[in-house]
Design a binder for this molecule. Structure first.
Ligand code: FE2
Ligand code: FE2
Length: 326
């Protein structure tokens, strides 16, 4: 057979699956070998790649979503018109800066969580690793563009609330890939889809509108990936639903004594929706932010039902999701 035969040194070598065929469990002895390679025996075991089961890692969507992600990478320098007019009243600019300050810390968490698991996924599941690498790169761009918009008029930046950071810390502390992905991507980034769409609509200047729109496109992909891999896992292991539910409850209990969303962030969203400080505008801005929170809840419930939770459980879990949104 071409590539295998006639070489005594390769006695005992094994094929690491096929180029398009992932195996149920990738042996650590295959190490860094390409999927489909003829793996000579005797090399080091990749003991750090403990996420090595197809059932807990793979999604059939991975190759397609990775290709979309690779094609969808945008350049912050050219995708956004940083010279567009941005001559806002001070209180509106302050609100934009406050929201950007909040977004940056959320993006930092969204970058760190997949990074922690990326190196633990067996490289046999190549497209999953590649997808997560693009997700991390996406978050790096989001950190950049939100930071850059925040400093566009020279700062200073807004408040970083202790409650918000406590909420994000619980994501960083989540030890399991499935629960971390569920909390971050299905519930958190899913909630951010509504937030970014709201910011795109309410944006008082072109740069804010553009950064919200570009981040929203990327986040939709992150949510789709998590829905894909968790959906396939739940079909194979329906009992995992109880572990996901417990993770939401645990996180809720851990955050019960924290403030959740910083009041400064909530007020900034109201101001952006209001567009001005007249009492009538602020009242309509407040109503718009209530509507945003209803949209967020509706989206979370829809995704939970899609993952096989009952309507009742979906409503309960959505209500327990962090008030910090992510
Ligand atoms: Fe992001
Ligand atoms: Fe994301």
């Amino acid at each position: 057979m071409r590539g295998d035969a006639g070489d005594k040194r390769l006695a005992g070598a094994v094929r690491a699956g096929g180029p398009d065929a992932v195996v149920d469990r990738a042996p650590k002895q295959w190490g860094l070998a390409a999927r489909g390679a003829l793996v000579e025996s005797g090399g080091p075991a990749l003991v750090t790649a403990d996420l090595d089961c197809r059932e807990s890692v793979w999604t059939e969507l991975a190759p397609k979503l990775y290709a979309q992600a690779a094609a969808g990478q945008w350049d912050p320098a050219s995708a956004i018109d940083w010279t567009a007019p941005c001559d806002l009243p001070d209180e509106i600019e302050d609100a934009v800066v406050q929201v950007m300050t909040y977004l940056v810390e959320n993006e930092q968490a969204a970058l760190m969580v997949p990074s922690r698991f990326l190196a633990r996924i067996h490289p046999h599941f190549r497209e999953v690793v590649q997808f997560l690498a693009t997700q991390v790169a996406d978050e790096a761009r989001h950190v950049e563009v939100f930071t850059r918009r925040a400093w566009l008029r020279g700062g200073p930046l807004g408040v970083s609330g202790a409650g918000g950071r406590a909420s994000l810390q619980t994501l960083l502390d989540e030890p399991e890939w499935a629960t971390a992905s569920f909390l971050l991507s299905v519930l958190g980034e899913g909630t951010f889809l509504a937030l970014l769409a709201f910011l795109e609509r309410a944006a008082p200047d072109p740069v804010t509108r553009q950064v919200a729109r570009l981040a929203l496109q990327d986040e939709a992909r992150h949510v789709a990936f998590a829905m894909g891999h968790l959906g396939e896992q739940l079909r194979a292991d329906p009992g995992m639903r109880d572990r996901l539910r417990a993770a939401v409850e645990r996180r809720h209990d851990a955050l019960a004594r924290t403030a959740g969303l910083a009041p400064a962030v909530h007020d900034a969203l109201v101001v952006l929706a209001a567009g001005s400080w007249t009492p009538a505008a602020v009242a309509s801005g407040w109503t718009a932010v209530q509507g945003l929170q209803a949209d967020m809840d509706e989206g979370r419930r829809r995704r939970l039902v899609h993952l096989g939770f009952s309507e009742r459980d979906a409503a309960d879990l959505s209500a327990l999701h962090t008030r910090n949104f992510m």
